[in-house]
Design a protein around this ligand. Structure first.
Ligand code: 3UK
Length: 537
């Protein structure tokens, strides 16, 4: 067999040694892939070849494009990469843009050309871009002109990055102008299923960013696992949502999943709860992907009929509080599908169908994945006992040159860093990030459980709970609370909240300290940054 299609072997050379990889399992027939696979060709060329070229692939407020048009555009961009920018298979290509058709077409073009995609969150600053470009030795970039400032500011510190083109730009050397002169056909790189397709940097709420490497096969496997077993997808479905395409939650939910099933995706550049509701209504979206806080916000804002086109809604990124599940169900009639995924695993591995929801649980290991809860010695915990979540399946963690591989992969399992308990039926109950467990006067308290209790109180819009240093108890439980309009920041409100928590859960977990805030610190992917609420050392 021909070896790797990569001429530039940087990613291969920087994979962790095989002995440090997690065990990979392919025990479903649909997960047996041929040795050569190009995920761009699989998602795009094949869809057109089987006769879906005239179906709509992408929808935006400005217009829509069919699969055939998207294929033509991706091919033009791939030609620009190879012929004008000198891309060699295996080179890393930085992508930088909001969720829009050029971002999507560029991602597909990089896959087809055998490049390795390094997509970056729109809000990243020059310093963060520099770290990523340096770590991944990025040589090429395609970016939205409107996001050029931070990229340009990063350039002096990034000697490897030599070729940059901008889209949505009218210059003679812009990606748009170069594309116009290229043919609409392209000879796809003949990649191995195990050639690296993308390096996703973890959104991480703390620490130095880690690059996770995923193969062409992993991209297809994510499409053949979660959506197949937890959603009902037909080619008439219209996917919509907020996560950036640079976040693997968004890459799957808003690009790869709809494409795998010949469905369409609505891409919105600026996603606020308002624009999301507007998009769902305007495009009659059927399938929604977003974070728990956004479900909470739209449940409170949506007018009658606004959400009536929706059939299925997926929440991921952080734990879905039961109060939010109930609020959204009242507003839309829909039982949210919760799912835990990670950048290391590329997408969701524990989830559930709407019919098999269990209150307070994230779900069960979806077909294709196995999950377990391990104790400190690495043995499976008894049902109900809290331990470390461990998973394995067709995808798994392979950090780009990073010592932390040893921490994420243990004995063939991927350890996500989450404390979980499993019940007798194999449902998994989230407790906290292992580093978010609060130890107060000898008790272990999971911050998110206290947050859930607070969120069920009508005065609470949002909250975050952390441990706060205390001489007597080591730590106390402290809650940061954003109030709903019409509620007063007062001692009376604080004590009402404390009493409410004492009644809802074991009284020793109540927040001894409560601080009111206008807003809470979140990442671009919607995760609460608890470390920014903790007392600075
Ligand atoms: C937390 C959850 C409880 C958990 C992601 C879906 O979030 C994603 O990837 P990240 O690398 O973060 C992973 C960590 O986030 N988490 C995510 N979902 C849930 N905790 N319930 C959930 N439903 O701590 C996990 O270890 O940013 C999610 C698909 C792709 C992704 N990359």
């Amino acid at each position: 067999m021909k070896p790797t299609a990569h001429i530039d072997t940087f990613t291969r050379d920087n994979l962790p040694p095989r002995t440090r990889w997690p065990e990979l399992v392919f025990d479903l027939p649909e997960l047996r892939y041929p040795p050569r696979l190009n995920c761009g060709a699989e998602l795009l060329d094949r869809t057109v070849a089987r006769g879906d070229g005239d179906r709509v692939a992408l929808r935006t407020l400005e217009g829509e494009c069919t699969y055939a048009q998207l294929l033509a555009q991706a091919n033009r961009i791939a030609n620009v990469l190879v012929r004008e920018m000198g891309l060699k298979p295996g080179n890393r290509v930085l992508l930088r843009g909001p969720n829009n058709p050029m971002m999507a077409a560029s991602w597909l073009a990089v896959m087809k050309a055998g490049g390795v995609c390094v997509a970056t969150m729109p809000l990243l600053r020059a310093k963060e871009l520099t770290d990523i470009i340096t770590k991944a030795e990025v040589s090429h970039a395609l970016a939205d002109r409107r996001l050029d400032a931070e990229l340009k500011a990063a350039l002096p510190a990034c000697p490897t990055l030599k070729e940059i083109r901008y889209w949505y730009d009218d210059g003679a050397d812009s990606l748009d102008s170069l594309c116009a002169r290229q043919p609409i056909t392209f000879d796809n790189a003949d990649t191995l299923a195990e050639d690296v397709a993308l390096i996703a940097f973890t959104s991480g709420t703390t620490g130095k960013p880690k690059g996770t490497m995923h193969f062409h096969r992993d991209v297809i496997a994510m499409c053949d696992c979660f959506p197949r077993s937890c959603l009902e997808v037909s080619c008439d479905d219209i996917f919509c949502g907020t996560p950036p395409l640079a976040f693997t939650f968004g890459l799957g939910g808003l690009l790869c999943f709809p494409m795998r099933y010949g469905a369409s995706a609505v891409l919105i550049e600026k996603s606020t709860p308002e624009t999301l509701i507007e998009a769902v209504r305007k495009f009659s979206a059927t399938t929604l992907f977003t974070a728990p806080t956004v479900y909470r916000a739209i449940a409170g804002m949506a007018g009658r009929g606004d959400l009536s086109s929706l059939k299925q809604c997926v929440s991921a990124g952080e734990a879905l509080p039961d109060a939010t599940r109930q609020l959204f169900k009242q507003a839309s009639g829909i039982e949210i599908i919760d799912g835990i995924g990670s950048t290391e695993m590329i997408h969701i591995f524990i989830s559930h169908t709407p019919e098999r929801v269990r209150r307070g649980a994230t779900g069960y290991a979806i077909p294709g994945y196995r999950a377990s809860v391990l104790d400190a010695e690495g043995r499976p915990c008894a049902p109900g006992a809290v331990g470390r979540l461990a998973v394995k399946g067709p995808t798994g963690c392979r950090y780009l040159a990073d010592e932390r591989q040893k921490e994420y992969v243990f004995d063939g399992w991927n350890l996500t860093g989450d404390a979980y308990a499993m019940d007798e039926d194999g449902y998994f109950f989230f407790q906290a990030r292992t580093d978010d467990m609060i130890i107060s006067a000898g008790y272990n308290i999971a911050g998110p459980e206290v947050e859930d209790a607070l969120l069920a109180h009508p005065a609470v819009a949002e909250c975050g709970v952390v441990g706060w240093p205390d001489e007597e108890r080591g730590s106390i439980v402290k809650a940061f609370v954003v109030l709903r309009p019409g509620h007063e920041r007062s001692d009376a409100t604080a004590s009402a909240l404390r009493e409410h928590v004492k009644k809802a859960i074991a009284p020793y977990k109540y927040p001894r300290a409560i601080e009111f805030r206008e807003s809470l610190p979140r990442t671009e992917t919607g995760k609460l940054q608890r470390f920014r609420l903790r007392k600075p050392a």
